[in-house]
Unconditional design. Structure first.
Length: 261
């Protein structure tokens, strides 16, 4: 390490009130800030996983092509509950697993606080700032960022699907309640028609008048025909079949929402 870099790190640490550790430069014992030691340890622990291929793919996240930067894309979060938003999160998750193998990054050797700090750095810094970092600092940051992005994306996929499923269930429940109210109204109308018809028949019988003429004058044949058609439909299809009908599109919608489920 250049001597002027060591002096700079030491002065920075002392100026910020950090405790310092010790390392050797040749035969000379040099004091170093803990942040430098932590970066060195992290780089050493992750070095076996940082093959040339992995380094190339991680650096590729910082390159902007056709107006799109992989790092900036992975930083975005869903802002709506829709099939398109779910598709975007699934695309991120597939990219992290298939292209970067982020699910196989082993960061267990890093202290939890250090791992969280590395991931936070990856989230907060721009791709230009990350590209300017030294490799021993940049690659641990990108690995922690990708591992966290995979966890976050998985959580977002589950949340979007759960909220969509809840919305479909509430919509089906509202439709069910509306059908129940309409069925009660139809039932009450049919009962009233039956009562009126019974009264007319009894009245015609007691007075000796023509029953059909009395029914047509007091109730109306068209009303009887309409009520009968409704009763026949209800009897053939069943009330519960009508209640289940609006639920089927909701079930289809949630299955279409997440084709892989």
């Amino acid at each position: 390490m250049p001597w002027h870099r060591t002096v700079f790190d030491l002065s920075w640490a002392l100026g910020n009130g950090d405790h310092v550790g010790q390392f050797t430069l040749g035969s000379i014992a040099i004091l170093a800030p803990p942040a430098h030691l932590a970066r060195t340890q992290a780089a050493g622990q992750l070095a076996p996983q940082l093959t040339d291929q992995v380094r190339g793919k991680l650096d590729g996240l910082l390159v902007t092509e056709a107006g799109r930067c992989g790092h900036a894309w992975l930083r975005t979060r869903p802002t709506s509950v829709s099939a398109r938003a779910l598709g975007r999160e699934l695309e991120k998750r597939t990219f992290l697993i298939d292209e970067l193998a982020a699910d196989r990054f082993d960061l267990d050797g890093l202290p939890p606080n250090r791992r969280a700090w590395l991931a936070q750095t990856g989230r907060q810094q721009t791709n230009q700032a990350l590209a300017r970092m030294a490799p021993e600092r940049r690659f641990p940051v990108l690995m922690a960022f990708c591992a966290e992005a995979l966890e976050r994306t998985t959580d977002d996929v589950i949340e979007i699907y759960d909220r969509a499923l809840g919305g479909a269930d509430r919509a089906a429940q509202r439709k069910r309640e509306e059908l129940e109210r309409r069925s009660r109204r139809d039932t009450q109308a049919t009962v009233r028609t039956f009562i009126d018809l019974s009264s007319v028949i009894l009245e015609a019988h007691d007075s000796g008048s023509d029953v059909l003429r009395t029914i047509e004058r007091r109730i109306g044949i068209e009303r009887l025909r309409a009520d009968r058609e409704l009763d026949v439909i209800d009897a053939r299809s069943g009330f519960f079949h009508q209640l289940d009908a609006p639920i089927a599109p909701a079930r289809y919608g949630t299955n279409r929402f997440l084709p892989g489920a």
